[in-house]
Design a protein around this ligand. Structure first.
Ligand code: GLY
Length: 334
């Protein structure tokens, strides 16, 4: 959990005429960022934006753009979604994703899947090809297989950097337990996981019909318990889209985002308090969550195509593209 002193307030200006905005999670602290990683992050974000824009240019829907952008980020091993996902306490990769369309308010989600190569596509299939909103675990995997989606061996998701991260957590836990004369430490006294970051990817888009869509995909938090779900697959927490207000995707410490129903809270403020998307996202991320040390960020695209972000973390991997093709990619303040 972040400390009050490490909690900073930051966000991006409001940019008009945006058709697609994305994030790749909170990412590395500035002191740990290397030129090599920074180049890879910027390349991944550019590739995701271009994939999503390609769909919109071809007449695709905002859902097509969101799915395409997120698939690129899921396939990129440096981001915590799909390949490159963090490891659970048991050393597995358990993936979550959700997607929502702002006109019909239809939504789909999968959670705790271990063999679905692109969870965002499975989430969309749940939305479009099932009578449900969320499928979890083995049921979601069987459904994805029946839909003809790519199924992989769980080892596909393994990456060296995430394996090193869980090995470091296990080492710290063992050391902490060894120091404790009473044996195992209670869960709330285990070493902080903040150092191991919250990565998640997400996208928001608007299409030629004015329809909004949002999607989010993640491996969750390093060292999470088997079966733990964060906010990313929860409609109204990590993802929400409403044509009357905005499309939102979040990243951060999921437990706080679930408790504060963050994405729905932002939409509700826009709809019912009649505040701007900027004021709404700043209020939720940099007032409500900050007060309880809930670290994270959100990206918001409103119904008029104005895009903005807010974060109480040092960084946020993010980017957006306007209708004329201008791309912005940022990690910290730029
Ligand atoms: N925000 C991602 C998670 O908490 O799992």
């Amino acid at each position: 959990m972040l400390t009050t002193t490490s909690c900073i307030s930051a966000g991006d200006e409001v940019t008009p005429n945006v058709i697609l905005g994305i994030h790749g999670g909170i990412g590395e602290d500035k002191k740990d960022m290397t030129p090599d990683l920074e180049a890879k992050v910027r390349a991944a974000l550019n590739a995701a934006l271009n994939a999503g824009k390609g769909k919109l240019d071809a007449g695709g829907s905002s859902l097509d753009a969101v799915e395409a952008a997120i698939r690129v980020m899921e396939d990129d091993p440096i981001l915590n979604a799909g390949k490159g996902a963090v490891f659970t306490h048991e050393g597995r990769n358990e993936l979550d994703a959700s997607i929502m369309e702002g006109k019909s308010k239809k939504a789909g989600a999968v959670a705790s899947v271990t063999t679905v190569k692109n969870p965002i596509t499975a989430a969309r299939a749940v939305m479009e090809k099932s009578k449900h909103v969320m499928l979890i675990g083995n049921g979601a995997e069987i459904f994805a297989g029946k839909q003809g989606l790519d199924i992989v061996d769980p080892s596909y998701f393994w990456t060296e950097h995430q394996w090193k991260a869980i090995l470091e957590v296990w080492k710290q836990e063992a050391e902490a337990k060894a120091k404790n004369e009473h044996g195992a430490l209670p869960e709330n006294q285990l070493p902080p996981i903040h150092k191991f970051k919250f990565g998640t990817v997400g996208a928001v888009a608007i299409d030629a019909m004015g329809n909004l869509a949002a999607g989010t995909s993640t491996g969750g938090m390093t060292n999470k318990m088997h079966g733990r779900l964060g906010d990313s697959p929860i409609i109204g927490a990590g993802t929400y889209a409403d044509n009357d207000a905005a499309a939102i995707s979040c990243t951060g410490h999921g437990e706080f985002f679930i408790r504060y129903a963050v994405s729905h809270e932002i939409v509700s403020q826009i709809k019912y308090k009649k505040v701007s998307a900027k004021d709404a996202v700043e209020d939720v991320i940099n007032r409500q969550l900050k007060e309880i040390n809930g670290e994270g960020a959100a990206i918001v695209l409103d119904k008029s195509g104005r895009f903005t972000t807010a974060r109480n973390s040092e960084g946020l991997y993010r980017g957006w593209i306007t209708a004329d093709g201008t791309i912005q990619v940022r990690i910290y303040d730029k």
